[in-house]
Design a protein around this ligand. Structure first.
Ligand code: GRF
Length: 203
């Protein structure tokens, strides 16, 4: 059984997709042991509580530094013996100390085909640039923002009449399929990282 932690800051729809993947049996041998939110009273945190999960809100303004805040997060992760940390709309940048403590065990989903359009408002960046295809990426987290070995990507066509809202909606639908798949592969020990690249072992 693999213990998962999900870190969120808002809506939590990807967190919900992962949880539904577990509940349906698509992802087996995994348990969401803890959910940590950097924001109070957000939909994702309420959902975690409704599901009866261990769910915490940690307010960074209660901590003297980013390092101390992340140390508190690490203490929680260690306590629950976490095998995999899923960042799902988590709006904080992890300190190098936390990344290093859980290297190759932290994954993130980003709404673009990385390395294009890292950072905030990736969907708007894609529209503003005028690309015809964008999408979403699940990747391991390293010290750089929206960077690290890529596990899975899915393309989404950009339509002429797309707005940031309409494009985000279609990308999100793909995210909800992609993230559970990446978690499933991780839990099944099928993901290998060799020379900074991900290779998927056949099942
Ligand atoms: C998603 O678009 C994800 O790609 C990005 O933040 C958003 C989170 O949405 N990292 P949700 O909270 O999972 O609904």
């Amino acid at each position: 059984m693999k213990n998962l932690a999900v870190l969120i800051s808002g809506r939590g729809s990807n967190f919900k997709a992962i949880n539904e993947g577990i509940k349906s049996g698509y992802i087996s041998n995994a348990n969401i042991s803890v959910v940590i939110s950097s924001k109070k009273d957000v939909a994702g945190l309420n959902y975690a509580k409704d599901e009866g999960m261990n769910a915490f809100h940690l307010d960074s303004s209660d901590y003297r530094s980013k390092e101390i805040y992340d140390m508190e997060i690490k203490n929680i992760l260690d306590k629950y013996r976490i095998d995999l940390i899923c960042l799902a709309g988590y709006m904080k940048i992890l300190t190098p100390q936390l990344v290093s403590a859980y290297r190759s065990r932290i994954i993130n989903i980003h709404p673009s085909l990385l390395p294009s359009f890292p950072g905030l408002n990736a969907q708007k960046q894609a529209i503003d640039y005028g690309v015809k295809v964008t999408g979403c990426t699940v990747h391991f987290v390293d010290e750089k923002i929206d960077h690290g070995p890529i596990i899975l990507q899915w393309p989404v066509n950009v339509r002429d009449d797309d707005t940031e809202i309409s494009l985000s909606k279609r990308i999100l639908e793909s995210e909800h399929k992609l993230y559970p798949q990446a978690v499933k592969w991780f839990v099944e020990d099928r993901i290998l990282i060799k020379k900074g690249k991900v290779h998927i072992r056949r099942s």
